[in-house]
Design a protein. Structure first.
Length: 156
């Protein structure tokens, strides 16, 4: 009986530790999305591409089809082409889900351009999903999709 109680205690502690770990990992993967956008803001396509798995395939908001890792950063320099405007962003986390060791992140992002007086001259909103997996200490994006958000439908 004592051995069964000890075993149940160990199982309970393991489950509780696992639940805490899952919540911590969800926050960690969200911080990776924030890092992703920091690279975009800095026009740092080299660092940005380190976030992607070599076998990544996704459906980006640009172009007419799917893209692999080799073409995933082509949209970033376009955000910065008008040197009179400053690019920034705002993220809206909608959800993070974990299935085993794979994490899916869902969010909206405002892409914002301001002039020298800090007046917003352009703003576009997109919806994103990325699927992440941690390899050792490194998080990598396995797949994802982005699309322009229809702001006419407030419940989108």
């Amino acid at each position: 009986m004592k051995n069964q109680l000890t075993l149940l205690t160990v199982v309970f502690i393991s489950i509780m530790a696992s639940a805490q770990t899952s919540a911590e990992l969800k926050e960690e993967v969200w911080r990776m999305e924030e890092l992703y956008w920091d690279y975009v803001k800095k026009n740092d396509t080299i660092s940005y591409k380190t976030l992607w798995h070599d076998d990544f395939v996704g459906y980006p908001s640009f172009g007419n089809g799917v893209s692999g890792k080799e073409g995933i950063a082509v949209w970033i320099p376009e955000l910065h082409k008008d040197k009179t405007l400053k690019f920034s962003y705002k993220l809206y986390k909608r959800g993070v889900n974990a299935i085993d060791d794979v994490f899916m992140v869902f969010y909206d992002a405002d892409e914002i351009w301001t002039d020298s007086q800090n007046k917003v001259v352009r703003k576009e909103t997109f919806k994103f999903t990325h699927t992440w997996k941690k390899y050792g200490d490194t998080w990598l994006i396995l797949g994802g999709m982005a699309a322009k958000k229809n702001l006419d439908d407030i419940n989108n």
